[in-house]
Each structure stands twice: as C-alpha cells, then as structure tokens.
Design a protein around this ligand. Structure first.
Ligand code: ATP
Length: 537
C-alpha cells in the first residue's frame, strides 16, 4: 500500500532515523497522522507495536527537532490532564527516563470529524447519545465503533455535562484491559464525540431481560461474566479508581461470552490514606446499588464498589430484576442499616449467596477485595456434568442422556451427606430444577455417577437450614426483607423495562420523579424523613 500524502512527513521522519518499518503500525494502530498526535502516544503504545526503547529515544529526538519551540498543549489536553486519575500508567523501567512527551493522559488519537460517520441510535444517557458508527482509518480501513456525542443544548453544553463527558474520556483513555470498554479516540467537533469500541450485543441487562424466545443465560456463563467483571474491577482498583456505577446496565456484551465494563461517567480517583472518595456536591447516584456508607455519607471506595458487585451479581442471577423494586430511595438506607438484604435468587447457590452477603457486610473493611474475589468465585463455581439416563419423575428436572448439566448445588448436603437430590440447570433446555444425583456424571469424577455434594464453600449465613431445594426463598428469611408495599418480586419483563433505570430517579410519588432513565440527570436527593441520606455539600 502506498503512503498517504497527508502522512508523508511521518514516513520521512521515520526514514531519517531508520525506523521506516514502523510507518504503518504508527499510522494504523496508533492513529498518528499529525506530529502533535505524538503528544498522546505513550511509551507503552510504542512498546505495543514492537518498537524497542532505544528506537523510541531516537524517535523522541527526531520529534523534538521536527517541532521546534515549546510543546503546545491544546485545550483538551489541558482539561483532560486536569482530570487525570492519580495513578498513572507505569513509566519506562530502568532504561533511563523516557524522552517521548508524556502527557498525563494518553489518548490513542484525536480523530478527524470526517473520519467518523454515525449510523443508528443505540441509546442515550445523561450527557450524551450513543450511535453505532463507522470509523475510517487513514489507510481506508473501516472499523465499527460506538460514538457517544455530548448532548448540546441551545446555549451549548452544560458545565457539569461537559465536565462529566471529559472526565469519562480522561479516565477511559488511560485504561487498557480485556474487560474494560476501550476508548479509540476523541473527535474535537461540534458536538464533542467519544469514539469507543462497539459492543454489538448491547447491555447485559437488556440480554438478561430479553423476552422469549431468547433463552436465558446459562448459569455457567453468568459465572464466567462474574470472573471477567472481578478482573476488570481489580484492574480499576489497582489504578486507584472507584467506578461508583456498577450494574448490569453498564456491562456491555462485546460477544456472547465477553462482557466489558462501561460507563465511566461516575468514576473518581480514590484519595487519602483511607482510599475513599467523598462526594463534593449533590449528584445523582444509583440508590438501590449503593452501599450504606455511600448513601449516608457520600463515601465511595473499592469496598463500596464491592457492595455494588454483590448487587450486580444479584441482578445477574435474578434475570435482571430490579433490586429493591418498589422501595422508595429514602427507605433503602433504613432497610440496609436494619440489616435487610436482597433475597437469594433461585439460580444462585448457597455458596454464591454467601459471597454476595460478604459483599454486603455492613462494615466496608469486612468485605472481600477484588483481588481476592477470583478465589472466592472459584469456591462457588458450579460443577459441570452429563446426564446418563432419562429423568422423567414428576417434579424433577427433565433430562435425557447426553444433556450437559450444570450442578448448582446438592440441596441438603450440609445436613445429610448422603443426599442424592441435586439442583442444576439443563444446558439443552436451560430449565432449572432438582434431579437425582445418580442421573449425572460429573465432568471431573472420572465418569462415575455423582454421589457426593459438589460445593466446597461455606453455606450462607441464615441459609443453613435443612429443607428442600424449593424452599430456597423461605430459607433466606433471616436476611430477607419483608416485601415493601407494592414491591415487585416477579415482575413481567416488559414492565421491568425502565424500572431498573428508574432506580436512578424518584419513584412515583416522590417530587421530581421523571420515571425515566433521565432521572439521574434531574435528580436531587430525596429528603428522607428525619434521616439525612447524603450530604448536600
Ligand atoms: P448514563 O450515562 O446516564 O449512566 P447510560 O449508561 O445508559 O447512562 P450511555 O453510556 O450514554 O448511557 O449509553 C447509552 C446507551 O447506549 C446504553 O443503552 C448502552 O447500552 C448503549 N451503549 C453505550 N456504549 C455502547 C457501546 N460501546 N456499544 C454498544 N452500545 C453502547
């Protein structure tokens, strides 16, 4: 392929320093088309295209010669630098200080306005609308992307919205993780646009609540998603960031088996010895997902993200149900402080529920850390098996020889080790129910019929009762909440739509209720009767 006229300067520059072999990678992978784009290229980016450190130093010197005078910073650079998270990407190791410019951020690229064309609307959030789009690289190659455009009113963007938008950019441009949505670049046009990796299958919440004939998500896949989420959250935590908006609506499906954490509009850097972020003003927060200390003091930390992880887990195993549906926001805190907890969903094993309860420990220090989470998930991981005979007994989960079976749990194993009734999901029909253990061989049992309990973890507190699998809901009583007036437990999916998102807004009857997704934007804290929930700073 011939070099493009507009980037001949790059080819010349690279030829002069015997690095012409990096012309296409720099152009196509790092999207550098103008000298100033190097301001946003980090050493790690050059590492990623295979350029060694000595070559990087040569490039840096050549760039200095090319661009005489002091480095000019454009306004976006300045704004984004101001919002950069405290923990920066690691700098070059022992080979001496890097000579390449090292901006606080590291935009992959600034994308020319004409290079992105927007297609259909994917959705809208607080400060922008998201379209499917196509990004044409300098080489002419087209990449499907998602384009988030800053919503602009008649008098231009509102201050907070612009701030939130740029904060989201500044956070995302520093992140690179297989389960974190990738920012490709920024279009400095009217409106400002974020060009992001496209998650073609939409949000996990939409998938969880998709009506028939879409089959429910298999339990084993939900576990895989939990592990991916734990990895992404450990990554954010290691960078000193708190997400503050973890929920299935903000997990996007990049493929049928891959989720990506998205929506970084509420992300904040942690600070101080206590590793907390305390809200600096009245801002909307997702009540039903929040830890008590966030609701009472506006305090967020990795531990409050862990609480939200527990609620997200609950959503996943409840088929996308709305947590605390029908409970007014000001009562949620009261319930939590009275030690009420979301009940165990039918698909959730005791071991996994006990993990959720640990995420919801009243004291933040008692919650697990994201780095420890993978191990805990491993303990709760369901066994896989294969059906060896027809099961047609009334009330039992129907299965045929060869059906893949995910064993959710051996129901009464804690009390009668010889129990032979297990609970599981048939991977062919996606139905869940109990079945004789003898009908299934476990994948790791060497082909022998299953006769032992399969879970290694500790049973959930309040859940250590003898009884049938079908009594699951009852057994959560100790931690369960009395359903609030009007609380929906098994709400038809159609009615659920928007309900989850209403958690951001005032419930019906509370002044200021919008009853829509836009609730978070127009939200001011509901006045709890006699109990201040969040400081109005
Ligand atoms: P808010 O920003 O107010 O928290 P939100 O997360 O719904 O709300 P956006 O992040 O603006 O708002 O997303 C709006 C919609 O676009 C969502 O429904 C989301 O699922 C979809 N969406 C966002 N980013 C992508 C993407 N990269 N790929 C596919 N769909 C996306």
């Amino acid at each position: 392929m011939l070099p493009e006229a507009g980037s001949l300067w790059l080819l010349k520059l690279l030829r002069d320093i015997q690095l012409a072999q990096f012309y296409w990678p720099i152009l196509e992978e790092l999207n550098v088309t103008r000298p100033e784009h190097f301001d946003f290229v980090k050493p790690e980016d050059l590492d990623s295209i295979g350029m060694g450190r000595p070559a990087q130093r040569r490039l840096s010197e050549a760039l200095k010669r090319l661009r005489s005078g002091p480095k000019s910073k454009n306004w976006v650079y300045k704004i984004l630098g101001g919002f950069a998270p405290e923990h920066k990407e690691p700098t070059l190791p022992s080979q001496g200080p890097p000579h390449l410019p090292e901006p606080e951020g590291g935009l992959k690229c600034l994308i020319p306005e004409g290079a992105v064309c927007r297609r259909e609307l994917l959705g809208s959030g607080c400060f922008g609308v998201v379209h499917r789009g196509l990004w044409t690289l300098p080489s002419g190659k087209s990449v499907p992307v998602a384009v988030k455009s800053l919503r602009v009113g008649p008098e231009g963007p509102v201050g907070t919205e612009l701030g939130d938008f740029l904060r989201e950019v500044s956070v995302m441009m520093n992140l690179e993780h297989p389960h974190v949505l990738r920012l490709h670049g920024l279009v400095l046009g009217q409106p400002l646009q974020m060009v992001m990796e496209l998650a073609p299958l939409g949000s996990l919440h939409a998938r969880l609540t998709a009506p028939a004939p879409t089959p429910p998500l298999p339990v084993a896949l939900l576990f895989l998603f939990l592990r991916q989420l734990a990895g992404a959250m450990a990554y954010l935590g290691a960078r000193g960031l708190v997400h503050r908006d973890l929920a299935t609506r903000n997990l996007l499906l990049a493929s049928a088996r891959t989720i990506k954490v998205a929506d970084f509009g509420l992300v904040r850097p942690l600070s101080g010895a206590r590793g907390r972020y305390v809200m600096g003003g009245p801002r909307p927060i997702p009540y039903a997902w929040c830890a008590p200390e966030s609701l009472r003091h506006g305090a967020f930390s990795s531990a409050s993200d862990m609480w939200m992880f527990g609620v997200t887990l609950w959503e996943m195993f409840s088929g996308g149900e709305e947590p605390w549906a029908g409970v007014p926001p000001y009562l949620i805190l009261q319930r939590l402080e009275d030690r009420a907890r979301l009940p165990r969903p039918p698909l959730c094993s005791r071991t996994l529920y006990s993990l959720a309860l640990r995420c919801w420990a009243p004291h933040p220090a008692d919650r697990p850390s994201f780095t420890h989470l993978e191990e805990l998930l491993q303990e709760a991981w369901p066994s896989e098996g294969c059906c060896v005979r027809d099961v047609t007994e009334p009330g039992a989960l129907r299965m045929e020889p060869g059906d893949p079976i995910t064993v959710i749990e051996g129901s009464s194993s804690f009390h009668s080790p010889d129990s032979t009734i297990w609970k599981g999901q048939n991977g062919r029909t996606f139905k869940v129910g109990s079945f004789p253990a003898s009908a299934v061989t476990l994948a790791d049992s060497g082909g022998l019929p299953a006769t032992r309990p399969v879970h290694r973890g500790t049973p959930a507190r309040g859940d250590q009762h003898p009884g049938s699998i079908d009594g699951d809901r009852k057994k959560a009583n100790l931690w369960d909440v009395p359903p609030a007036r009007g609380q929906r437990r098994n709400v038809p999916l159609e009615r659920m739509k928007g309900g989850t998102e209403c958690a951001w807004s005032h419930p019906p009857g509370v002044p200021g209720s919008t009853g829509s997704h836009q609730g978070r934007c127009g939200f001011s804290h509901p006045e709890p009767q006699g109990r201040p929930a969040l400081p109005l700073e």
